[in-house]
Ligand binder design. Sequence first.
Ligand SMILES: C[S@@+](CC[C@H](N)C(=O)[O-])C[C@H]1O[C@@H](n2cnc3c(N)ncnc32)[C@H](O)[C@@H]1O
Length: 284
Amino acid sequence: MTQSAPEALKGEDWAGEMGERWLASLDRFEGMIAPIGAALLARADYAKGERVLDLGCGGGATTLAIAEAVGPNGAALGLDIAPMLIAQAKARAAAAASPARFVCADAATAALDEPPFDRLFSRFGSMFFEAPVPAFTNLRGWLKPGARIDLAVWAHPRDNAWMMEMMGVVRSHVDVPPAVPRAPGPFAFEDLSYLEAILTEAGFGAMEAVAYEGEQPVGGPNATPQEATAFALASMAAGRILAEQGEAVLAAARADLTAMFTRFHREGEGVMLGCKAWLVSAQA
Ligand SMILES: C[S@@+](CC[C@H](N)C(=O)[O-])C[C@H]1O[C@@H](n2cnc3c(N)ncnc32)[C@H](O)[C@@H]1O
């Protein structure tokens, strides 16, 4: 029998709990989504000398790559609402002697003391705004007229086996209310017509999107099923939901998650599950 989860799926507190979770598993998260970042960077195809803003840059891995692409006459600025992630990004940049710079601010409302940017990039950092139209309007104010934005956003959960399989196990142990379509969160822009309406209202045009489809290593490359389970429980909303149910439920779910991840484990690769994202571009 499943338990109920009244506290399940609260909003994501990136400046607090969710930022701490992302930081604690930074390498594993970045390892999972590295191929999608590489595909978005290839699509953006930055030129030397461009000024690029990395929205919701997290630990800054993509900002460092952008700094490399635009060279010493360009600029790469990572912006994130989570202070602990910005601290980590700054430490990484210092260690790598990278010219990438970082600012901690809420992109929805911040005023940036910066010359306008040529481009905006975001790997999964644009779907968390409570009020997306004013937020994207604010972002447009930081860009030169005609500047191109490149966003990676998750497609529908049904096309993301990593999420479906995990939630299938979680739902066999606890009642999770159905996700609210378009609510701020990883899948807010699963419906591209919603994103296009937001961008249009915020003054952007010429939206184009291509699908990225592949497999991603849950818990990072070469994670064992046990490591993938520990990662899922420690870092994803599913773990919080199960932890709220007590030790017996958590232990049973842990065993089922490990059994499920074992079915998708491939030696030398890790726990490989299907994923689909949209690579979206538009013009300010
Ligand atoms: C899924 S993580 C992606 C991090 C990074 N882009 C990457 O790919 O490694 C989402 C990021 O968006 C940031 N974020 C969420 N809401 C934000 C806001 N209003 N302003 C700035 N950053 C925000 C979070 O703090 C988090 O670092």
